[in-house]
Design a protein around this ligand. Sequence first.
Ligand SMILES: *Cc1c(COP(=O)(O)O)cnc(C)c1O
Length: 350
Amino acid sequence: MKGLTCEISLNNVEHNLNLVKKFNDEKKVIGVIKANAYGLGLEGISDFLKDKVDYLAVAELDEAKRISQDVEVLILSPLIKEEDFLIDQDNIIFTIDNEEIIDKIPEDKELKVHIYVDTGMNRMGIKPENLDKVINKINVNRPQVLVHGIYTHLHNTKNVKYTLKQISVFKKASEKYIGKIPMIHALNSSGTINDEIRNACDFTNAVRAGNILYGYEGLDKGFKKTYNYYAEIINVCEVKAGEHVGYSCVYKAKRNMKVGVLGIGNIEHIGFSRDIKHNIFYDLVKVIYNHVKYRPIIFSKNGGIRIVSKPNMNITLVDATNLDINEKLRIEISPILAESSIPKIYKYEQ
Ligand SMILES: *Cc1c(COP(=O)(O)O)cnc(C)c1O
């Protein structure tokens, strides 16, 4: 990409974190920064969050290695590899999500672990009825390993009834460890903002917040969007009425116009479509649909801008006739899809 940047408002991340804390007062906050901090940049986000949360959490050891060692970081389930235990970094907390792995922990290695209890996802985890056995096995076979937490994952919070059942299974298994094991947690982003689910988790003392910190959900509850992409116009072409623009002559100028060139394209998920079905009826419906329901993804300060012709791998053309060509255009892309190498600019105003 050329001239494309992602601007992240750390003030808004902070706002979202404070709101999570407000919704869940008394509970510790584990800031989830897996998957390159949901596309917003692992280093930038972790540096900002590390002294504002109790823990961070990542999905892989490689991510844990990239962040500052002065904050504790939980490696979430799914399971770790045996050699991961050899890491010489004592801010790392491992998840134990199967019984066999306990025997793989080196006998002289001091570790902090959380135990992941499966309450219905059936991907991995310790079955609730085996929790006592597993904790006992760790205490007996690996006395140098500290069981510091127990957690489960609420994977279907849209279904409150189902989730409440899940919570009650987790509660039954973990309740006896309250006060003995420091951290018991179940709530994720959507759980923290649902009153019923949150209240049912009143026996837990920590939440794991991902999405919501970045404003991917909860906008109706006062959480704020945290990122915007901006592209520069890297070239302008004067085009006369009747001339074609772009690949395959799919676009013909109806009037004299200026075409602005953006150095972004399919690779940043602009104009990327996987349509395979091609028949006339389908194409016709699509043309009508696109015409009636034109939804811009590129914006100047005055509103949506038309894409001209079709975006290709790394170039997108726009109608720049009425644009200030020095203005950066805002592009709607999801950071989850966008390439992780897009430069990030973190903004924070005191
Ligand atoms: C990703 C993840 C989270 C965070 O989920 P959000 O919905 O983004 O808050 C919490 N717990 C586990 C185990 C996860 O894998």
